[in-house]
Design a protein around this ligand. Structure first.
Ligand code: NDP
Ligand code: GDR
Length: 344
């Protein structure tokens, strides 16, 4: 039986990856960190929380000793490092914490692999935020990096350490540069889920209007379940490498708003500019989206669009879900949850 560690089991990607690996017959150790009230709603929603082959372990990425013991005790042969302080906005307020968790955290795991068993295969969750300020369109593995947030800088450090351990110690260390990927399991602080959950509440009369920041930002949004398949394929390859996973389509936050309202059966029109921009329900004439500068970032990543050709050629990976399908899936899930009276 193959054994894998997935760090950050309470997060979106780890839940889908755990489901994938369990279905492939893996024994999975999912790590969570100590909090006063830990929340396993994602693995519960997928129905895998009581799976015989899923073992939950308390672990903090910032602890080197704990990283060493984690590898010694589980005897895992694959480590998927998905844990991070993953919210770009928060990284501006907590740059030091973000550096410790998102930057140094992966180094702890790489060091632990080097010490405990250099044959362990390692996946690092790298990000399109490392590209930041546009240098080339579409972005690919060879595009120069120019991160625009403490989060992006921390991830870039972890990415280069992954490459460095691959080259220095012959460790099978893969780095997946993943563009934004969303799902009904996305955290509510991220813009897509904030939009779909708010639209469900507006549709059900529980909320008047949704407040957003920069609606001009363009993102390459895919479906998280497609992307975890790519993570798995990277660790099954003949050699470790760096791969971009993306859909090669980019849309604005405004477009995502329009598509998601449409998925809820509401047509909207936009009026005004910048801080005065609003979206109006065409039938009721009510304002349903306002801009709140509180959600602007000190530095923004304006445009992300990825070229996943290398992953297609080497791994046979391709995204399967359109943005319209993604919006429909997310709005449907949030309507169901809000109708039932709860929404994480
Ligand atoms: P989430 O924010 O949903 O999950 C992050 C996980 O990391 C949570 O389980 C969180 O635990 C855990 N974590 C945070 N700090 C620590 C710590 N000190 N020790 C151990 N665990 C910790 O992220 P996603 O699932 O969306 O993303 C997975 C990974 O991929 C992240 O590294 C993210 O940065 C990266 N990424 C994500 C993309 C996306 O579009 N989703 C795109 C590119 C990269 P807790 O619940 O306690 O907070
Ligand atoms: P991002 O995702 O920063 O790309 O990082 P997020 O959904 O937070 O922002 C996307 C874009 O939307 C704009 N925006 C808002 N964002 C949030 N969160 N809330 C708002 O109200 C809002 N209004 C507008 C943002 O300014 C931004 O331009 C995600 C995370 O999952 C990272 O961990 C991951 O590495 C990258 O995707 C790829």
């Amino acid at each position: 039986m193959k054994t894998a560690i997935i760090t950050g089991i309470t997060g979106q990607d780890a839940a889908y990856l755990a489901e994938l690996l369990l279905n492939k017959g893996y024994k999975v150790y999912g790590t969570y960190r100590r909090t006063s009230s830990v929340n396993f709603w994602r693995i519960e929603e997928l129905g895998i929380d009581r799976h015989n082959n899923l073992h939950l372990i308390e672990y903090d990425l910032t602890d080197l000793g704990a990283s060493i013991r984690l590898l010694q005790e589980t005897k895992a042969t694959e480590v998927y490092n998905l844990a991070a302080q993953s919210f770009v906005g928060v990284s501006f307020d907590q740059p030091h914490t973000t550096a410790q968790i998102t930057g140094i955290g992966p180094l702890n795991l790489l060091e632990a692999i080097r010490i405990v068993n250099p044959n362990i295969r390692f996946y690092q969750a790298s990000t399109s935020e490392m590209f930041g300020e546009v240098q080339e369109i579409p972005q690919k593995e060879s595009t120069p990096f120019y991160p625009r947030s403490p989060y992006g800088v921390a991830k870039l450090y972890a990415h280069w350490m992954t490459v460095n351990y691959r080259e220095s110690y012959d460790i099978f260390a893969a780095s997946g540069i993943l563009f934004n990927h969303e799902s009904p399991l996305r955290g509510q602080e991220f813009v897509t889920r904030k939009i779909t959950d708010s639209i469900a509440k507006i549709k059900l009369g529980k909320l008047d209007a949704l407040e957003l920041g920069n609606m001009d930002a363009k993102r390459d949004w895919g479906f998280a379940k497609d992307y975890v398949e790519g993570m798995y394929l990277m660790l099954q390859a003949d050699k470790p490498d760096t791969y971009v996973l993306a859909t090669n389509r980019t849309e604005t936050v405004r477009d995502f708003v329009t598509m998601s309202f449409k998925a809820a059966g509401i047509d909207v029109r936009f009026e005004g500019e910048a801080e005065d921009e609003v979206a109006i329900d065409i039938v009721t004439n009510k304002v349903v989206v306002k801009v709140n500068p509180q959600f602007y970032r000190p530095a923004e990543v304006d445009l992300l669009i990825g070229n996943p050709q290398k992953a297609k050629d080497d791994l046979g990976w391709e995204p399967t879900t359109t943005l319209e399908e993604l919006c429909q899936m997310m709005v449907k899930a949030d309507l169901r949850r809000n109708e039932a009276g709860f929404s994480f």
